[in-house]
Design a protein around this ligand. Structure first.
Ligand SMILES: [Zn+2]
Length: 369
């Protein structure tokens, strides 16, 4: 979701990003205008786009604000042509599961749209009592209030479909999570979401825009599925499964030139610094190189990072990730009974995860044959 999107400022402290496919929505509005063949000013066309855009943003702000008040602060809002996605912060310490809170956050978006549609209807009634809200064309720059009503009804109803990751699907997921573990609940909601995506694609026979919605739903479900699997791997893999047990260490009394020499011979990018049996710091190859270039030779002691975190070998990968990102480190020493037994570095993390997946696959194949 984050790739393919461009930053578009901040709103109430939440980062706003626009997904490039959002351009499709503009195309949709433009084509509707063409079809209705009325000659209107470009200002009105722009106003219509602004109405749709504003409605999507208000929808997402609904999620974001309710999230914030329920203790789940939002990190970013990504605008997609089928609405938006509010991204909540994964690096925050785990918020306890609470299905009622999740339902409230999911419903906040569509409720905002229903309110806007209601206000629009009221405005139409007051300004032009004999105009019918149900009359076609629904979205048209010649009648902006009318378009406001229909754009919001459309956003609310589409998002209430029980097709994860749409809001209705999130409600469904929250209900599933009452009786099953969160990853299983997400995956069940995602498979229902895929069913809806296929139904939309089939309906494309009748209307090409429905097919486009289907494709987007499918892609979104796919992305959510991958991140659900990723999260479950992060929770189940222990550090002892992937830590490096064969690694080089430095001493605070080593010179930077000695340290660089060691680094050349062992392909390691980050080193624990050991004095006797104690770990006293961490240092990276990059830092050693930088200091050598700028200030010439010196001692590891002077440049090592004394602020670091250690992890137990039974800790999960996700907790190690949190510790790494909280202190912006690229290495975490793994200890058992206060003894250094391994290290986990960002560099080795991805590599080991791929290897681990491979070994598990092989083990599974061996058990089945
Ligand atoms: Zn929503």
């Amino acid at each position: 979701m984050r790739t393919w999107s461009v930053p578009a400022g901040r709103i109430f402290g939440v980062e706003l990003r626009i997904h490039l496919s959002f351009a499709l929505l503009l195309l949709f509005v433009g084509m509707n205008e063409q079809l209705s063949r009325n000659v209107v000013s470009p200002w009105r066309g722009t106003a219509l786009v602004a109405i749709v855009f504003g409605s999507v943003i208000l929808h997402e702000l609904g999620h974001a604000l309710v999230g914030k008040h329920s203790g789940v602060p939002p990190k970013a809002i990504v605008l997609l042509p089928i609405g938006g996605v509010t991204i909540f912060d994964d690096s925050e310490p785990d918020v306890p599961a609470n299905w009622k809170r999740d339902v409230r956050i999911a419903l906040a978006g569509p409720i905002v749209n229903f309110l806007l549609a209601g206000l629009g209807t009221l405005a139409v009634h007051l300004a032009a009592p004999n105009q019918r809200i149900g009359a076609s064309p629904y979205m048209n720059s010649a009648n902006l209030t009318h378009s406001l009503v229909w754009a919001n009804l459309w956003l609310a109803l589409l998002n209430l479909l029980p097709a994860y990751p749409l809001d209705g699907g999130r409600v469904l997921r929250a209900i599933f999570s009452r009786t099953m573990d969160p990853v299983a609940a997400t995956r069940r909601a995602i498979s229902i979401g895929r069913g809806f995506a296929f139904a939309f694609m089939l309906a494309g026979w009748w209307n090409a825009w429905l097919a486009a919605i289907g494709v987007f739903l499918f892609l979104a479900a796919q992305m959510e599925d991958r991140s659900a699997v990723f999260r479950s791997v992060l929770e189940t893999v222990r550090l002892e499964d992937i830590m490096l047990t064969d690694f080089a260490t430095l001493s605070p009394a080593d010179t930077l030139e000695d340290a660089l020499d060691k680094a050349v011979h062992c392909l390691q990018d980050d080193f624990p610094v050991i004095r006797g049996a104690d770990m006293v710091g961490v240092v990276s190859k990059q830092k050693i190189l930088q200091t050598l270039r700028r200030e010439g030779n010196g001692y590891v002691q002077a440049i090592m990072n004394r602020i670091f975190d250690v992890a137990q070998k039974s800790e999960s990968l996700s907790s190690a990730f949190r510790k790494l990102s909280a202190r912006n480190l690229s290495i975490i020493p793994v200890v058992e009974d206060q003894q250094l037994v391994g290290i986990v570095t960002l560099q080795n993390l991805m590599h080991s995860m791929a290897l681990l997946a491979e070994t598990r696959k092989l083990r599974k194949a061996a058990m089945e044959s």
